[in-house]
Write a protein that binds this ligand. Structure first.
Ligand SMILES: [Zn+2]
Length: 484
């Protein structure tokens, strides 16, 4: 057998275990994994290094207009480069439908944007306008293209579908084997809080965290899960930011719900106190759900270690600290008018490795599961997320000893700040490959624009989750085949 590349002498880590061994790559795929592999047109010495499946970033907003009309600072070129410098071999950003748009139009728009990516990519489809045409014709067409995850919002007036709208989406998604992702915050609780704060003139960035109470997330997570259980549909709760929200996820998983969830580094690395930095600097830390207290960090770490979450994702939502981003509505805009979101696609994995693996909170195997393997399984990336023969050669080689201080320049994105600035981290992805092609090598970019490919995905894999059948819903009993 001839290999294009052999990665020699490293410690291969998978979600199940680790061993000293070599990885042989041929024609973009992993062709062999063995104790020793000879030959290879190119040999990479991985002595002292960890050889991991390349990260899969499953939550990122790239070249996406928010419902308030602000374009993210990163397009598919800068966003994918930043992702690669952060140890990712592929990503699944969102393709967002805004009201009045057809799904076909949305996908065509993102196909044009995605063509610039340097790493492989797919999309989750955000649905904000579930018309009968969308539900009956357009979503099935998207599904046939391998877009097998849909995201809905329970908050934001221009996105919120209401409970009945969610049930419609959940039912269509289940019929096609797709998974529904949900941003869970109680819209009316947030709007009511906004009115209370506005009436008192409390509009500084720090009130953003006050305006979106932990209870709003907890209530909406609970409600989203009950809606999904009613129609026995798989559900993925994005960016869980509260201890109680995580606890509800844990309990409902234990009870058999077809439930998946993630949290994000910002909820573990930062607190709502960051929103109270001097002047308007707190605007850098406005994201939704908002940053919480230090006690939440400990609780979320516990849930990460115990398996409540499939993934730790970045929720990269880059808006610059200037009039093109955060301050589109003026330099002293009240918090509801400040662009919502923070960058983090390059920091996600180095931060999780350093705070998680290096500090002994999680194992290297858990790191692989949380950064890549679980996302591949949950979102149907059948050729990615594992180091095994036949899989795409999506590989990240990490030096687990290198220490560095996070700087904005290190993020390689189109942003002018990083919320992780100044943090000391240990562990750096030195080499990142997608399908065997070098993307990042020792701090320099080797990829060319457009090298990444779109990949379609398989249906959600619900194995190990028994599901829940509400007696009133039993489709065979009460609905014939209408809802199946
Ligand atoms: Zn997001």
């Amino acid at each position: 057998m001839t290999f294009d590349t052999v990665i020699h002498g490293g410690t291969v880590v998978t979600a199940e275990g680790q061993f000293q061994g070599d990885v042989g790559i041929a024609q973009g795929r992993i062709a062999a994994v063995a104790e020793r592999i000879e030959g290879g047109a190119r040999r990479i010495d991985a002595g002292g290094r960890l050889v991991l499946p390349g990260g899969i970033e499953a939550h990122a907003h790239i070249a996406q207009e928010s419902s308030a009309g602000v374009m993210s600072a990163d397009d598919y070129l800068s966003g994918s480069i930043s992702a690669a410098f952060g140890g990712n071999s592929s990503f699944i950003p969102f393709a967002a439908q805004h009201r009045g748009q057809s799904v076909d139009e949305v996908i065509a728009t993102y196909d044009a944007r995605g063509a610039r990516s340097v790493i492989d990519y797919s999309y989750h489809l955000i649905i904000s306008d579930p018309t009968p045409e969308v539900l009956q014709d357009q979503l099935p067409r998207a599904f046939a293209r391998g877009i097998t995850s849909f995201k809905v919002f329970m908050t934001y007036d221009l996105m919120n579908l209401g409970d009945a709208g969610m049930l419609d989406i959940l039912t269509v998604a289940r019929t096609h084997g797709a998974i529904t992702m949900v941003h869970a915050e109680n819209n009316d609780m947030v709007k009511w809080m906004n009115r209370q704060l506005a009436a008192r003139g409390l509009t500084a960035p720090k009130y953003h965290a006050i305006s979106r109470p932990e209870l709003a997330e907890e209530e909406a997570i609970h409600r989203a899960i009950q809606l999904a259980k009613l129609v026995d549909a798989p559900l993925f709760i994005v960016h869980v930011s509260t201890a109680r929200g995580a606890e509800i996820v844990r309990q409902e998983k234990f009870n058999g719900a077809r439930l998946f969830a993630e949290t994000c580094p910002q909820y573990l690395a930062l607190t709502r106190d960051d929103l109270d930095r001097p002047g308007m600097e707190g605007a850098k830390f406005i994201c939704s759900p908002p940053l919480r207290g230090a006690d939440t960090q400990a609780a979320l770490w516990h849930h990460i270690a115990q398996g409540t979450f499939e993934s730790v994702s970045s929720d990269h939502a880059p808006y610059r600290f200037d009039e093109t981003g955060k301050f589109l509505n003026g330099a002293d805009a009240p918090y509801p008018k400040i662009a919502n979101g923070m960058p983090g696609i390059a920091a996600r994995l180095p931060w999780l490795f350093s705070e998680g693996v290096v500090k002994g909170r999680i194992t290297a195997e858990q790191f692989v599961a949380l950064s890549s393997t679980n996302a591949a399984r949950t979102f149907g990336c059948t050729t990615k997320g594992r180091i095994a023969p036949g899989m795409d050669a999506d590989i990240a080689i990490w030096n687990p000893e290198t220490r560095r201080v996070v700087t904005q320049a290190d993020m390689h994105d189109n942003m002018d700040y990083t919320p992780f600035e100044g943090m000391e981290l240990q562990g750096v992805p030195e080499i990142v490959m997608t399908r065997g092609e070098m993307i990042v090598e020792h701090g320099s970019l080797k990829a060319r624009e457009g090298q990444g490919r779109f990949f379609g995905r398989a249906p959600v894999d619900p194995r190990g989750r028994q599901g829940y059948l509400a007696p009133e819903f039993d489709p065979a009993q009460n609905f014939g085949t209408v809802l199946r």
